[in-house]
Design a protein around this ligand. Structure first.
Ligand SMILES: *Cc1c(COP(=O)(O)O)cnc(C)c1O
Length: 367
C-alpha cells in the first residue's frame, strides 16, 4: 500500500454488527476478563490506542509504535529507558522542551553533550565510552539545521548505541528515519499529525521489537503518560488527511521562503528547500519534501521583529506549528536567556490559507 492509502485504511477495526464505516470511540476504562481482543485496562491498551499505534507503525515502516499523551512524554520515555550513567549526544539546536527534559529531569542520572550535529567531526569528538544514545532532530527547531541521518546512524552502530530521530518537522510524508538507519523515530503528534491545533500527543516508532523497546513499553504502561481513547480517535481521524495537508504546507513554505529571500527587510531565511541553505544537498538526499516551517531574521533587533508580528493579520502570534492556520512567533522570547536562537528570528508555521493572502499580508507587515 502507498502512504496515502495506508493512512486512510490502516487501524480501522470494525466489530459492531451495524458495520459503521469508521471505528467508534471505546470509552470504557476496563474490559471483561478473557475477551477476544485481549484488552484489560485502558492505561495498558485500548481499542483506539491499538488502532492508532498500528497506523503509526505502518506510517514509519516500523515493527511497533507506542502513543503518548504528549511529544515530550514520548521523548522523555526514551531517556527513561536508558541505564543510569548513560551518555547522550544531542543537537545544540533542538526542541527546547526536550532539551529541558534531558537537563532538568535527568541531572545526575544521565550525561548529555550538546553539539552541532551538522558537523560530523564535532559529533565524533563528543562520543564517550558510555555513549548509549544519539538524539537527532532534522530539520531542527527553530534553525532548520539538517543532520545527515545515515552518517549518524553509522556512528551509532559502531558505538553499539541507539539512534533516535525526532521526525516532527519532516513527518513520514517526507522522511523515514528508519530507512536511513535510525532505531527509533519520535513525533510530537500535536503538530502535523493532529494538524488542527486541537490535540496534544506524542509517538515513538521502533525498527525492531527488541529489549530497549520492551523498556519503552514499560515506561509507557507503568509511567502512564498515555493518550485518552478520544484523543487517539481524533488523532487517527486527522492522520487520514496528513499526506495531502503536508503537500500543501510544503508548497506554501517554499513560496513564502522564496518571497522572504527577495525581501529587502529580511536579513536571512532558514529553509532547507532553498539552494542557499547549507544543508540543502543532504536534505534533498534524505527527504522527499522540505516541510512547512520557515524561519527568518528581520533586519534590526527584537523590537523590529516584534513590530512585524504585531502588524500581521492572518499569521497568528502563537507558539506551536503544524496546524492548518499559519502561526508566527519570535522564538528567542519563548526559549529563554540561554538560547542560541537569534533575537530577531521569527519562526513561521506556514498554513493552508491561499498563498496570495499570505504573501500580501507578510509584505504589508514587513513594510
Ligand atoms: C512540539 C515539539 C515537541 C514536543 O511535543 P509536545 O507535544 O509539545 O509535548 C518535540 N519535538 C518537536 C520538534 C516539537 O516541535
Amino acid at each position: 500500500m502507498k502512504f496515502e492509502t495506508l493512512t486512510i485504511h490502516k487501524g480501522n477495526h470494525i466489530t459492531d454488527k451495524n458495520c459503521p464505516v469508521v471505528q467508534p470511540i471505546t470509552l470504557s476504562t476496563t474490559f471483561e476478563h478473557g475477551n477476544e481482543g485481549g484488552v484489560l485496562y485502558t492505561r495498558a491498551s485500548n481499542p483506539n490506542r491499538n488502532s492508532l499505534e498500528e497506523l503509526l507503525a505502518a506510517m514509519e515502516k516500523g515493527a511497533d509504535a507506542a502513543a503518548f499523551s504528549s511529544g515530550n512524554a514520548a521523548g522523555t520515555a526514551v531517556y527513561q529507558a536508558l541505564e543510569p550513567g548513560s551518555h547522550i549526544v544531542a543537537p545544540d539546536d533542538m526542541y527546547h522542551g526536550l532539551h529541558n527534559s534531558m537537563v532538568q529531569l535527568f541531572a545526575g542520572v544521565l550525561e548529555v553533550t550538546f553539539v552541532d550535529m551538522s558537523d560530523l567531526e564535532a559529533v565524533k569528538n563528543a562520543i564517550r565510552p558510555n555513549t548509549k544514545l544519539f538524539w537527532v532532530e532534522s530539520p531542527s527547531n527553530p534553525l532548520l539545521k539538517i543532520t545527515d541521518i545515515r552518517a549518524i546512524a553509522q556512528l551509532a552502530k559502531a558505538q553499539g548505541a541507539i539512534m533516535a530521530c525526532d521526525n516532527t518537522f519532516a513527518t513520514p510524508v517526507f522522511q523515514n528515519p528508519l530507512d536511513l538507519g535510525a532505531d527509533i523515530v519520535m513525533h510530537s503528534s500535536t503538530k502535523y499529525f493532529g494538524g488542527h491545533s486541537d490535540i496534544l500527543g506524542g509517538a515513538l516508532i521502533t525498527k525492531e521489537k527488541d529489549a530497549f523497546w520492551n523498556k519503552i513499553r514499560t515506561v509507557q504502561r507503568v509511567g502512564g503518560a498515555v493518550p485518552s481513547p478520544a484523543d487517539c480517535y481524533w488523532l487517527t481521524r486527522s492522520i487520514r488527511t496528513l499526506a495531502y495537508r503536508m503537500k500543501g504546507h510544503a508548497e506554501h513554505a517554499m513560496i513564502l521562503a522564496e518571497f522572504l529571500l527577495n525581501h529587502p527587510r529580511v536579513e536571512k531565511v532558514y529553509f532547507p528547500g532553498l539552494k542557499s541553505h547549507p544543508g540543502h544537498a543532504i536534505a534533498a538526499s534524505q527527504m522527499s519534501g522540505f516541510g512547512g516551517v520557515v524561519s527568518f531574521t528581520v533586519k534590526g533587533g527584537a523590537e523590529d521583529a516584534d513590530r512585524v508580528v504585531s502588524r500581521l493579520k492572518y499569521f497568528v502570534n502563537a507558539t506551536s506549528l503544524g496546524g492548518v492556520e499559519s502561526l508566527i512567533e519570535r522564538r528567542a522570547a519563548v526559549e529563554g536567556p540561554d538560547t542560541l536562537t537569534p533575537p530577531n528570528l521569527l519562526r513561521v508555521s506556514v498554513g493552508l490559507e491561499h498563498t496570495d493572502d499570505l504573501l500580501e499580508d507578510m509584505n504589508q507587515a514587513l513594510g
